[in-house]
Design a protein around this ligand. Structure first.
Ligand code: HDE
Length: 691
């Protein structure tokens, strides 16, 4: 789409109705056999058709991204709610209802291009806005803070988390020595580590996670006045996550889980949507905060500066070609438009350099902006010329400015051009950090204290798992010593899980003087603060079936769920046809073997004598047990309750997530739908419940 809602310019290569050709357009008669001297003779060097085909194939791969290699993306639009002339002159915020095309790529950070989607990791949330003033890339993450305060440390961080260089393990995992060795020596990472060990790092779907610009940016209005801003994306479907065991099982059952989830939702017309909001504040306010807004390891709590919604983003079209679009898209923090500017965040400074630089080796030269997915909709006129893979054919002899031979064109835009905010700068050249950067623990504690009971338990479990994979005891001890500065109960629980009876002394703090935080508990930091709209829309629900099933009850239940937007799948002992109670054929979508429980948000067991066969099937029992253990809603109709009992699931479960009804009538189904809409029933995880 262009700014007016049309299509992005794309080079199309549709081959419908066309004969096969070489890259030179020469028709190919035979695409099966190479040219040989005799049927059993040697292949001939002059076979340019074979050589062109193989040579091109040999060069099909490009280097993967050095981080965020694994990703999935979609097209859509951003729609502005109201004009924001007081805040910014950026044209995408100039009119109510104005739509700007976007391309949004989600990613994991550490894993390689072919790695699993459900690794414990931060997710990238990179948005390219094709505005009428040029491209703006807001390259963010699903977690609002980062590991390090200064770009200088980025290569160290990435070397520490990537597979260890001697044996190339582990893939897409932070649970190894080098990562925790580095972190245990970097107290500034403690805040983001709390997020990374929380359920935020195992989202249920890209469609159900927040996005953050992370750094403090600037809005600049037409008068040249500036305000500081933090960008927030909030998903319409709310924030929801997996539990760890589920994420692990999904890695095996469907490593493409998030890619498939995004693709299928868009194909089904269930367009994912986020609201863009900003926290706006000025320098005087920022100076009074107990933390520095130039420090990307800190949030600005919403209690201090609330979020103002300014627009919405809708993803409504899947890419036509993964390589041409998702792989070749080149996001760049330096891509800003008039009205948006940087601050002096020292992490941001390194990023402004890094993103263009990395594309030069990844995409093979300086002309990657000409690839269709990267090309702005705003026209490009300048005197940059040539370079590898140049697409544009410039006319004329003038490639310099000033000139008279081309009438002085292209000329400088002057006041209409991008003008940086004239921030006064004074200071000596030096390497070092501002004073407030030295406080490392307050917001880590804030995050931990703001979680629900089961969310805290998940953080304890995640630390315990990750550190249990660390082979060097000294690293484990340093981490526990650091955790003591975050929350003593957390440190004690992790130490106990690591079999560490004597707690190490808390790690000495970089800043020994206590800094009083403004906020010590924030409801916004728990995933539960944003349950979202939409009830059970796009939730995947399994109906367990086998020969003899009551198909009328199945149809009635399925209709009730589909009417609320759920995706229903019949799951049985095999795919294909079974016979219902009346001997009629019923088509089964999935089997317990090809689609285990972890792939579904909820399950329903229908009525009928067929339940006995399921009760004798180990995989069916495991399906029910996993649904229960992972906190998901379960519904048993009539005799279906026998399967729950056989699996050891108590229908009296106090959490309201196990529904028993006589049939698929309205009352029972409404209760089930409500239970699925709660997403998860974590009360089951502790006894007594402490949610
Ligand atoms: Fe990145 N980052 N990053 N990063 N980053 C890249 O750029 C870098 C940082 C983020 O879907 C690379 O094109 C430095 C913070 C996303 O294509 C590279 C520093 C945040 C993506 C790079 C950071 C991010 C990247 C690798 C510290 C959240 C994927 C390939 C100074 C606000 C974009 C590429 C996509 C990708 C450098 C820190 C988010 C090497 C030097 C903080 C979402 O240029």
């Amino acid at each position: 789409m262009n700014a007016a809602g049309g299509e992005l310019p794309r080079v199309r290569a549709d081959s419908g109705g066309q004969a096969l050709t070489t890259n030179q357009g020469v028709p190919v008669a035979d695409n099966q056999s190479s040219l040989k001297a005799g049927l059993r003779g040697p292949a001939l060097l002059k076979d340019f058709i074979l050589r062109e085909k193989i040579t091109h194939f040999d060069h099909e791969r490009i280097p993967e991204r050095i981080v965020h290699a694994r990703g999935s993306a979609a097209h859509g639009y951003f729609e502005c709610y109201e004009p924001l002339p007081d805040l910014t002159c950026a044209s995408l915020f100039a009119e109510a209802g104005k739509r700007t095309p976007v391309f949004l790529r989600f990613s994991t950070v550490a894993g390689e291009r072919g790695s699993k989607d459900t690794a414990r990791d931060i997710r990238g949330f990179a948005v390219k806005f094709y505005t009428d003033q040029g491209n703006w890339d807001l390259v963010g993450n699903n977690i609002p803070v980062f590991f390090i305060q200064d770009a200088m440390k980025f290569p160290d961080l990435v070397h520490a988390v990537k597979p260890e260089p001697h044996h190339g393990m582990p893939q897409a995992a932070s649970a190894h020595d080098t990562f925790w060795d580095f972190i245990s020596l970097m107290p500034e990472s403690m805040h983001v580590i709390m997020w990374a060990m929380s359920d935020r790092a195992i989202p249920r779907s890209y469609r159900m996670m927040q996005g953050f610009g992370v750094h403090t940016y600037r809005f600049v209005n037409a008068e040249g006045e500036s305000k500081l801003v933090k960008f927030h994306w909030n998903p319409r479907l709310g924030t929801h996550s997996h539990v760890w065991e589920e994420a692990v099982k999904i890695s095996g059952a469907d490593p493409d889980y998030h890619r498939r989830d995004l693709w299928e939702a868009i194909e089904a017309g269930e367009y994912p949507e986020w609201e863009l909001g900003v926290q706006v504040f000025d320098e005087a306010q920022a100076d009074r905060f107990s933390f520095d807004v130039l420090d990307s390891t800190k949030i600005v709590p919403e209690e201090l500066v609330p979020i103002t919604p300014i627009g919405r983003l809708v993803l409504n079209r899947n890419p036509d070609n993964f390589f041409a679009e998702t792989e070749q898209v080149a996001f760049c923090v330096a891509h800003v438009v008039p009205g948006i500017d940087f601050t002096n965040d020292p992490l941001l400074a390194g990023r402004i350099h890094s993103y263009v630089d990395t594309q030069i080796s990844r995409l093979g030269g300086p002309n990657f902006h000409e690839l269709p997915i990267n090309a702005p909709l705003a026209p490009v006129h300048n005197n940059q010329r040539d370079g590898m893979h140049r697409q544009a054919i410039h006319r004329g002899r003038v490639a310099y400015e000033p000139n008279s031979l081309a009438g002085g064109c292209p000329f400088q835009a002057g006041a209409a051009g991008y003008a940086p905010f004239p921030e006064p700068i004074a200071g000596d050249e030096l390497r070092g950090k501002p004073e407030k950067f030295a406080e490392h623990y307050n917001q880590a504690t804030l995050f931990y204290e703001s979680q629900a009971g089961h969310e805290q338990q998940h953080i304890i479990d995640a630390f315990s798992f990750e550190l249990s994979k660390v082979t060097v005891p000294g690293i484990r001890r340093r981490m526990v010593a650091m955790l003591r500065n975050v929350a003593e109960p957390l440190a004690a629980a992790v130490a106990a899980n690591l079999g560490m009876p004597d707690l190490p002394e808390p790690l000495p703090r970089a800043n020994p003087r206590p800094v009083k935080p403004e906020v010590t508990r924030s409801e916004f930091l728990s995933l539960h603060s944003r349950p979202g709209e939409g009830g059970i829309r796009t939730r995947k629900i399994a109906i367990l079936v086998t020969d003899g099933v009551d198909s009328a009850g199945v149809a009635q239940a399925a209709q009730a769920l589909i009417a609320k937007g759920a995706v229903v799948r019949l799951v049985g002992q095999h795919i294909g046809l079974i016979k219902d109670h009346a001997g009629q054929p019923l088509d089964v979508d999935a089997s317990f073997k090809n689609s285990p429980s972890a792939l579904f948000d909820a399950a329903l067991v229908p009525d009928g004598g067929a339940v006995d066969a399921l009760c004798a099937d180990g995989l069916a029992l495991e399906f029910i047990r996993d649904q229960f253990r992972h906190g998901k809603a379960l519904c048993a109709l009539g005799a279906g309750i026998r399967l729950l009992e056989q699996a050891g699931v108590s229908p009296d479960s106090a959490d309201g997530g196990v529904i028993v009804a006589k049939n698929a009538g309205k009352t029972g189904m409404m209760r089930f739908i409500e239970a699925v809409a709660r997403h998860r029933h974590p009360e089951r995880e502790s006894d007594p419940p402490k949610v």
